[in-house]
Design a protein around this ligand. Structure first.
Ligand code: SAM
Length: 283
């Protein structure tokens, strides 16, 4: 473990700046060098790469990323951490610190550059951050995130499995998603209550279908995951079409009406979104 990552070093820094870990901001700092190095390796970063880091904390991962990358942009919401980061990252010229909320900050100055995103994400907004980045105008080649293991399992869940649900379908429609390895609570300070896992997300180049239509279909289907798809989709609520209409849509996509929502593949949901769009359904 390097000095920057030892528990006593972090505690000293927190004391020096009179700081406490903010649970509400998901502040569980990584203290395990092995996990840190493996995460950076998963980023597949070279000296040509521009890296975006969400939530640098006290800058442990930021420093490591800067050694491999051309430039690192680190967006941290917690104003209290800025002086700490200025100390821990002093003299490293290829790091730009941005004190902002990743969900609100204007990153349009990065829009024409290929990016890699690497982060130990704040767990309270993991999914929001991932979708926000995927739906942004940023040209992201690869994302490597440390997230709660349970969330990672949902992200990579295969059709028919118990974790398969709305996020499995919508995320896998946008991107290839892989679970790289798991990380134990002892690797953090303070220790989270649950295991964590590293996921690698590679956005698909050409997403042609209407994403928000797909999201609505999938959300409606999984609201009643035990029902047959025909009944789940014909229920009241969004996308309110008759059973006959849904029957025709499903037939066009060669999806059996009696299948359950969790037995329908990502590809089949995408074809259903195409089918509705071609029929002039607006999201
Ligand atoms: N990268 C550090 C590490 O690995 O030790 C800290 C990771 S900690 C899990 C999450 C970090 O994200 C915290 O520093 C927290 O303050 C920051 N954060 C929380 N919400 C944020 C947001 N909306 N935008 C930017 N940073 C955020």
């Amino acid at each position: 473990m390097s000095s920057l990552q030892s528990i006593s070093y972090i505690n000293e820094l927190m004391e020096k700046y009179n700081l406490s870990f903010k649970k509400s901001l998901g502040q569980n700092f990584l203290i395990d060098r092995n996990a840190l190095e493996r995460i950076v390796l998963e980023g597949d970063i070279s000296k040509e790469d521009i890296v975006l880091e969400v939530g640098p904390g006290i800058g442990v991962m930021t420093k490591e990323l800067a050694e491999s990358a051309k430039e690192v942009y680190a967006v941290e919401i917690d104003q209290r951490l800025m002086p700490v980061l200025e100390e821990t990252l002093a003299g490293i010229k290829n790091i730009k610190l941005i004190n902002a909320d990743i969900l609100k900050v204007d990153l349009s100055f990065l829009a024409n550059k290929k990016l890699k995103v690497v982060a130990n994400l704040p767990y309270y907004i993991t999914t929001a951050i991932i979708y926000h980045l995927l739906e942004s105008d940023l040209d992201i080649e690869r994302m490597v995130f440390l997230v709660q293991k349970e969330v990672a399992q949902r992200f990579v869940a295969k059709v028919g499995s118990k974790h398969y649900g709305t996020t499995s379908v919508t995320l896998n429609a946008y991107a290839e998603v892989e679970l790289a390895f798991t990380v134990k609570p002892v690797c953090f300070i303070p220790k989270p209550k649950v295991d964590s896992a590293v996921i690698v997300i590679t956005p698909k180049e050409d997403v042609q279908f209407n994403i928000s239509l797909l999201q609505k279909i999938v959300k409606k289907a999984f609201l009643q995951r035990r029902k047959k798809i025909i009944n789940a989709l014909s229920a009241k609520g969004e996308l309110c079409y008759t059973k006959e209409d849904w029957s025709a849509f499903l037939k066009q996509c060669s999806i059996e009406e009696s299948k359950r929502p969790d037995n329908i593949s990502v590809k089949e949901y995408i074809s259903l979104a195409f089918c509705l769009e071609n029929a002039g359904v607006k999201e």
